[in-house]
Ligand binder design. Structure first.
Ligand code: NCD
Length: 356
C-alpha cells in the first residue's frame, strides 16, 4: 500500500512523473474525465481548509469519481473518543482513497498504519503538507521552466509553516538551488530541518524581505500561523511584520515570481496582486491539476513499495506536545534513524527528550 505522508515518500523519478502528469492534465483535462470512474475519495478534515479540501474534491469529480467526508471533526465519532486508527479503518471500508488534514503532527501517518486504502497527508499541524509542495513545484516549473539553479526565498512563519517544511524537503531533489530564509528570529526554521533537509543545500538567513529581494527568483510568502501559538501575546507582537508591498516589488528581479500557499492575511499587500509577477492565484489553480495526477497515480497502484527504515520502540518517549503519539490512547512511541544518523519520532520527526 502506498501513501503520501511526506514529500520524500516519492522518489525523484516518481515526483517528476507526477508533475509531468499534472502538466498534461492542465493542458488536456478532457482526456482524464473518466480516469477515476466509480472510485470514491474521502476527505477527512479535522482542521479548517478552503483550497486544499475543495481542490481535492474538484480533482476527484473532474476525474469522474465521487467524494464523501467531513470538514469538521465535530460531526464525526472522534467527539465520542474514537482513535484516528479506528476512524480510518472505518472510512477505508467505504472508499478507495483518503485525504486527511489534522492539527496534530503525525496523525496521517498514524492513520496510514491501519488504513486498507492509500492515505494522503493534506497537512498535519506545523509538520508537513506534501500536496501543497506538489502545487508549488508545478507552478515553479510552469512559470520558470525549471527548478534547478533557482534562488528561492521563503518568508514569514518558517517555524510552524508546514508548506515551507515540505517544500524545503523537496528542493533537496534539485540541483544548485539556493534558499534564502527570511523570518523573525522567533519564527526561524526548526533546527531538525536545518540538520536534515538543508544539509546539502546552500542557504542563508535574512532579517527582512528587503535584504533578499534582489537575489530571489521565487519569493515564497507565508502566513503567520496564529493557531499554533500556545501564547497569544507572542502572536500579537509579530503580526504586521514581513509584509510584501509594491515598493519592495520594485527591488525584485523582472522575472521573479511571488508564491503564497494562501490564505493571505496581511503579509502581501493587495496592491501587489496587479503585478504580473504575483503568481499566487495561478498557483492556487494548479493545486487541482496536480491533485488529479496524485489521485490517479495512487489509485493505479503503480508506485513501488518503499523499504522500511530501522525502528526502535520503547527506548524513547516523544515529548512534542503537538505530536499525535501524545494524544491517542493506542499510540506507541516509535523512533526511526533519519538521514543524519539520529533517532527521531516516526510521527513528528522530533528528537527524544526535546520538549516543543
Ligand atoms: C496552508 C496550510 O493549510 O498549511 N494553506 C493551504 O493548504 N493552501 C497555509 C496556511 O494555512 O497558512
Amino acid at each position: 500500500m502506498r501513501h503520501l505522508i511526506d514529500i520524500k515518500d516519492l522518489s525523484k523519478a516518481e515526483l517528476d512523473d507526477l508533475l509531468a502528469l499534472g502538466m498534461d492534465i492542465k493542458a488536456n483535462p478532457q482526456n482524464y474525465r473518466e480516469s477515476a470512474r466509480f472510485k470514491k475519495l474521502a476527505t477527512l478534515f479535522f482542521e479548517p481548509s478552503t483550497r486544499t479540501r475543495l481542490s481535492f474534491e474538484a480533482a476527484m469529480l473532474d476525474l469522474g469519481g465521487n467524494v464523501i467526508g467531513f470538514s469538521e471533526s465535530s460531526s464525526s465519532s472522534v467527539t465520542k473518543g474514537e482513535s484516528v486508527r479506528d476512524t480510518i479503518r472505518t472510512v477505508g471500508c467505504y472508499t478507495d482513497i483518503i485525504a486527511m488534514r489534522h492539527p496534530l503532527e503525525g496523525a496521517p501517518l498514524m492513520a496510514a498504519d491501519t488504513s486498507p486504502v492509500p492515505v494522503i497527508n493534506a497537512g498535519d499541524g506545523g509538520h508537513c503538507h506534501p500536496t501543497q509542495t506538489l502545487t508549488d513545484l508545478l507552478t515553479i516549473l510552469d512559470e520558470k521552466g525549471q527548478v534547478d539553479g533557482l534562488t528561492i526565498g521563503m518568508c514569514g512563519d518558517l517555524k510552524y509553516g508546514r508548506t515551507v517544511h515540505s517544500l524545503i524537503n523537496a528542493l533537496e531533489y534539485y540541483k544548485n538551488v539556493r534558499i534564502a530564509l527570511i523570518s523573525p528570529e522567533s519564527l526561524a526554521l526548526p533546527e531538525y530541518i536545518k540538520q536534515t533537509s538543508l544539509k546539502g543545500t546552500h542557504w542563508e538567513e535574512y532579517p527582512n524581505i528587503e535584504a533578499a529581494m534582489d537575489k530571489v527568483d521565487v519569493l515564497y510568502m507565508t502566513r503567520i500561523q496564529r493557531e499554533r501559538f500556545s501564547d497569544p501575546s507572542q502572536y500579537a507582537a509579530l503580526e504586521g511584520g514581513f509584509i510584501l508591498t509594491p515598493e519592495l516589488m520594485k527591488k525584485a528581479k523582472g522575472d521573479a515570481i511571488v508564491l503564497h500557499p494562501l490564505p493571505r492575511v496581511d503579509e502581501i499587500s493587495t496592491a501587489v496582486d496587479e503585478d504580473s509577477r504575483a503568481a499566487y492565484f495561478r498557483q492556487m489553480k494548479n493545486g487541482k491539476f496536480v491533485r488529479m495526477a496524485l489521485l490517479m497515480t495512487l489509485l493505479s497502484g503503480k508506485l513501488m513499495e518503499k523499504s522500511d527504515m530501522p525502528e526502535q520502540s520503547g527506548a524513547y518517549i516523544c515529548e512534542n506536545k503537538r505530536c499525535i503519539t501524545n494524544a491517542q490512547r493506542d499510540a506507541e512511541h516509535v523512533f526511526i534513524k533519519s538521514g543524519d544518523g539520529v533517532f527521531r519520532c516516526k510521527y513528528c520527526e522530533q528528537k527524544p527528550g526535546i520538549e516543543v
